[in-house]
Ligand binder design. Structure first.
Ligand code: FAD
Ligand code: SF4
Length: 323
């Protein structure tokens, strides 16, 4: 690892000041479970000269409801989410997704903000420099996308542009299914971005001088069925090949609302609007679950080796929406 300066920030303002002063050469560090791996393997085209520790900022790890919304501070850890009584009772899909991340050691330090901002896992992008990697590709600002002609079995089947890497965050999928939003702050002020809109094919929308302060989700007015399922190759500690979060409401025996979001298939959490349309107005059951699954990834354009992910997504959708 190259050397860098390290600073314990005591407030968001102090962290923002350092990001501004070092213009693109400072990085925020929360749990460090993603960032330190990137630095050790020299994955990033530009190595930071300053690491700003934000875990030292007090009061940013809350999980609470106010009149309208559930609010989660960016420094809430994944173990806090999984163990929160409030989330277990009313926002179960967040707990399920948090528990599906890695193993206990990582969940004990990783934060929700870091989980949403973590970098992609494309094996070309992550190929460590000391093993002959450090490859420049479209995502790093120079070079081709190696996945297009290469081994793309885990890459995106829909919504990709110049980069086919998929969003690795399990929390993003669950939060998008709950219509979650993120509050980003900088010296220019605050802006709110939908979790689903935070990701784009080449990078997320976070500017180099911005800080994720909070994630919020609308409060549910009626009970909902919430489910998160994830398909992995290895059972413990593995990223999703495909995941699905479904949040549905049934009124008088009919689906009255549905949000279905698929992870692992696109640069961000992919909202399966066509699947939702199949459900709304119908009685829950096998047949409608199968129709929703069939419709979910209409328009997908798989690469040479990843069409199988569409079948996995269909199987997960049937299981998440079937009652
Ligand atoms: C072995 C292993 C298995 C894993 N399995 C899974 C899995 O199954 N599912 C899954 O979802 N993830 C998985 N992960 C990824 C893991 O969840 C993330 O590394 C973790 O959530 C990142 O959180 P952190 O607080 O450690 O972030 P850090 O590593 O500290 O930061 C990650 C990135 O986010 C930025 N950042 C952090 N906080 C903020 C903020 N408040 N504002 C702006 N930018 C910020 C940092 O600058 C950095 O770029 C795995 C990781 C490992 C190492
Ligand atoms: S998928 Fe993205 S990260 Fe991977 S090689 Fe292509 S451009 Fe690079």
């Amino acid at each position: 690892m190259k050397t860098f300066d390290h600073y314990d920030a005591r407030s968001i303002d102090e962290a923002l000041g350092l990001l501004g002063k070092h213009r693109g050469k400072a990085r925020l560090n929360a749990g460090g479970t993603d960032l330190l791996g990137l630095l050790k393997d020299r994955v990033l085209p530009q190595y930071p000269e300053l690491i700003v520790n934000i875990k030292t900022i007090p009061g940013l790890d809350y999980i609470e409801e106010d009149g309208e919304r559930l609010r989660i501070g960016a420094l809430a850890r994944l173990c806090d989410l999984a163990g929160s009584r409030l989330l277990q009772e009313r926002y179960g899909v967040i707990c399920e997704a948090a528990l599906a991340v890695a193993g206990p050691q990582i969940r004990n330090v990783a934060t929700i903000g870091g989980n949403l901002c973590q970098d992609v896992r494309c094996w070309y992008y992550r190929y460590p420099a000391h093993l002959g990697g450090g490859m420049l590709c479209a995502r790093k600002g120079r070079g081709p996308c190696f996945a297009v002609k290469g081994d793309n079995r885990y890459h995106a089947v829909i919504g990709a542009g110049k980069c086919f890497a998929v969003c690795p965050s399990d929390l993003a999928v669950a939060l998008a299914a709950l219509d979650g939003h993120m509050t980003l702050v900088s010296h220019r002020g605050e802006r709110r971005v939908g979790v689903g809109d935070f990701f784009s094919p080449l990078r997320n929308v976070l500017e180099a001088d911005e800080f994720v302060k909070e994630i919020d989700v609308p409060k549910a007015s009626v009970p909902r069925l919430q489910r998160f399922l994830k398909f992995t190759l290895r059972k413990p500690i593995d990223f999703a090949v495909v995941s699905v979060a479904a949040v549905t409401e049934v009124k008088d025996g009919i689906y009255s609302d549905a949000r279905i979001v698929i992870g692992g298939v696109a640069p961000g959490p992919f909202r399966a609007g066509k699947a939702e349309e199949e459900l709304i107005g119908c009685e829950p059951g096998d047949a409608v679950a199968a129709q929703a699954a069939e419709a979910a990834l209409e328009g997908a354009r798989p690469l040479s080796k990843n069409a199988w992910k569409i079948e996995v997504a269909r199987a997960l959708i049937k299981r998440t929406v079937y009652r």
